[in-house]
Write a protein that binds this ligand. Structure first.
Ligand SMILES: NC(=O)c1ccc[n+]([C@@H]2O[C@H](COP(=O)([O-])OP(=O)(O)OC[C@H]3O[C@@H](n4cnc5c(N)ncnc54)[C@H](O)[C@@H]3O)[C@@H](O)[C@H]2O)c1
Ligand SMILES: N[C@@H](CCC(=O)N[C@@H](CSCO)C(=O)NCC(=O)O)C(=O)O
Ligand SMILES: [Zn+2]
Ligand SMILES: [Zn+2]
Length: 379
């Protein structure tokens, strides 16, 4: 039955309140309006940022909402004026837009796009500032402009990356967030050079992707730091050459790293979201040139600090969103790199579950051996 132009009723996991199990509801998904695309979401993974917002720590968190931002699917229908995708196209919905027209997009200096960010932060669509989701007439907020924990979602056309239809959607859904973030932190934000000494704090998906990126960039030493020593074995296969557990030392971890590296590392990456670790990551950088990149997302109200002298003496502190990749342009390129086996993706999928078990996947994400759990949205 043709669904174009019709309201679709499908299953979605609604977060009615912070910290309460998601509820699988029959959700009404309105047709896409001008500049919008309705996507049949086939596979969606969980990212720690979903858990962060669900737990109530995100200052932008709105409830009730439909979470999810690491997914892949097929275009079901498009709104007026949408020319770059059509029904049947395989796509990755992206939480960062790329309109190619705004001040940000034209700057050549950032992958952040200004066009729809305010609307996505407010949980609504840009065109009419309304939601396309409802349950029995009650509007449900969008999340990050993606809301992929729904069998159908409506996304802005500037946030849709059209990808190679031969690529397996159950794997490339990961290219919607965690893996590009780690790779891009190294390649785009830090621009790690061959021979560099690198420290990576946190060996989850983002930290492992940063390690993979650092190895590809020719780093000579990749020091992984994690409070769970079991992470080292797997991390070796992503390029980590040495491991340090802060719990094994009395002294501050930055001191340990400085001693291990004759004065500090060339580049460090915080892939946890802990502001004390962010400080350590900066302070373990080499005087004169060391650069530290913040990747982890810290809870509302947390702030970073260090002695300004750390920066006066040449260390650089910066951060990155989605690893600096431009979404519509570069996500298809990352998919091609995966198809050519130039980057890993399968290796990050440690668990798979049917959509109905989404609450179990939230629990799994807290288990040490889980990197990404991919939900089959129509199983
Ligand atoms: N900036 C972005 O664009 C972006 C994109 C995706 C994810 N993120 C954020 O990146 C962070 C990492 O994501 P992930 O999926 O890899 O998370 P994860 O939870 O899988 O990995 C974090 C790792 O840090 C370790 N850890 C925790 N506390 C530690 C400490 N004090 N010292 C050392 N290690 C510690 C954990 O054992 C774990 O291995 C999250 O905050 C997530 O929200 C940011
Ligand atoms: N809403 C949060 C910000 C969260 C945040 O920093 N998000 C990252 C992506 S995390 C993906 O897993 C990001 O890219 N931010 C850029 C943006 O949102 O425009 C808060 O307010 O603290
Ligand atoms: Zn994410
Ligand atoms: Zn833009």
């Amino acid at each position: 039955m043709a669904t174009q132009g019709q309201v679709i009723t499908c299953k979605a996991a609604v977060a009615w309140e912070p910290n309460k199990p998601l509820v699988i509801e029959d959700v009404q998904v309105a047709p896409p309006q001008a500049g919008e695309v309705r996507v049949k979401i086939l596979f969606s993974a969980l990212c720690h940022t979903d858990i962060y917002t669900w737990s109530g720590q995100d200052p932008e968190g709105l409830f009730p909402c439909i979470l999810g931002h690491e997914a892949a699917g097929i275009v079901e229908s498009v709104g007026e004026g949408v020319i770059e995708v059509q029904p049947g196209d395989h796509v990755i919905p992206c939480y960062l837009a790329e309109c190619r027209e705004c001040k940000f997009c034209k700057s050549g200096k950032t992958n952040l796009c200004g066009k729809i960010r305010e609307a996505t932060g407010a949980g609504v669509m840009f065109g009419d500032r309304k939601s396309r989701f409802s349950v029995n007439g009650k509007p449900i907020y969008h999340f990050m402009g993606t809301s992929t924990f729904s069998q159908y979602s409506v996304v802005h056309d500037v946030s849709i990356a059209k990808v190679d239809p031969k690529a397996p959607l159950e794997k490339i859904c990961l290219l919607g967030c965690g893996v590009p973030t780690g790779l891009g932190a190294v390649w785009n934000a830090a621009k790690v050079e061959p021979g560099s000494v690198v420290a990576i704090f946190g060996l989850g998906t983002v930290g492992l992707a940063a390690s993979e990126g650092a190895k590809a960039a020719g780093a000579s030493r990749i020091i992984g730091i994690d409070i769970d020593s079991k992470k080292y074995e797997r991390a070796k296969t992503f390029g980590v050459t040495e491991f340090v557990n802060p719990k094994d030392y009395e002294k501050p971890i930055q001191q340990v790293i400085i001693e291990l590296t004759d004065g500090g590392v060339d580049y460090s990456f915080e892939c946890i979201g802990n502001v004390s670790v962010m400080r350590a990551a900066l302070e373990c950088c080499h005087k004169g040139w060391g650069t530290s990149v913040i990747v982890g997302v810290a809870p509302a109200g947390k702030e970073i600090s260090t002695r300004p002298f750390q920066l006066v003496t040449g260390r650089v502190w910066k951060g990155t969103a989605f690893g600096g990749f431009k979404t519509r342009t570069q996500v298809p390129w990352l998919v091609e790199k995966y198809m050519k086996k130039e980057i890993k993706v399968d290796e990050y999928v440690t668990h798979s579950l049917p959509f109905g078990e989404i609450n179990n996947s939230f629990d799994l994400m807290h288990e040490g051996n889980c990197l990404r759990c991919v939900l089959d949205m129509h199983a």
